[in-house]
Design a protein around this ligand. Structure first.
Ligand SMILES: N[C@@H](CCC(=O)N[C@@H](CS)C(=O)NCC(=O)O)C(=O)O
Length: 191
């Protein structure tokens, strides 16, 4: 049985939750109170961060690596494209994810200019989605899951309007048709 050390409000944990749900993998969630983290968490991940995945004493932190691990361990349904060039492009989107989260967290901290910087990143995502339906190419997958948790939270709790971004709004609407993403949206709404 897999264990996910998890926090409902954590968007990095949401990546793991969505991939596990998409692949219909059973797991036990151990909820971590981020404002009062148990000392033993540091034995599982020296940074004390979640998510952490564990199976029979084998431990894996870092959401992007967890997503890739789950993809290899549970190949169906595939969440990375079969074509190597398309796979590389999906991975590049995930690799560059910090470009988006930097202004997101700056806005949460109320930093000057953060909203404008986030809007520039939203425009870049909108442009990327103008030529293709999903961030990784023709099919929904890990690249989309890498970004969705922040988009859901930006909309719900930072008052970020997506209506002006046609391709991005369409993408979010299509993603929300998926039960795994709808479940995360419901969790975010209840936070
Ligand atoms: N690079 C990590 C980041 C995880 C992360 O920052 N998680 C937050 C919760 S959303 C956390 O545990 N924060 C506690 C801390 O930074 O001390 C990943 O992708 O898994």
């Amino acid at each position: 049985m897999l264990t996910l050390y998890d926090a409902p409000r954590c968007p990095y944990c949401a990546r793991a939750r969505i991939v596990l749900a998409e692949k219909d993998v059973e797991f036990e969630a151990v909820e971590i109170d981020l404002s009062d983290r148990p000392p033993w968490l540091y034995e599982k991940n020296a940074s004390g961060r979640v998510p952490v995945l564990e199976e029979d004493g084998w431990i894996l932190p870092e959401s992007a690596v967890i997503m890739e691990y789950l993809e290899e361990r549970y190949p169906e349904p595939a969440l990375l494209p079969a074509d190597p060039a398309e796979r590389a492009r999906a991975r590049l989107m995930i690799f560059r994810h910090d470009d988006f989260t930097r202004p997101y967290y700056a806005l949460r901290r109320g930093q000057d200019g953060a909203r404008e910087a986030l809007e520039a990143e939203l425009a870049a995502l909108d442009e990327a989605l103008t030529g293709r339906p999903w961030l990784g190419g023709a099919a929904y997958g890990l690249a989309d899951i890498a970004y969705l948790p922040w988009l859901l939270r930006a909309r719900e709790s930072l008052g970020v309007e997506l209506d002006g971004y046609e391709a991005l709004s369409g993408w979010l609407g299509r993603a929300l048709d998926r039960p795994a993403v709808a479940a995360e949206a419901a969790l975010v709404a209840a936070l």
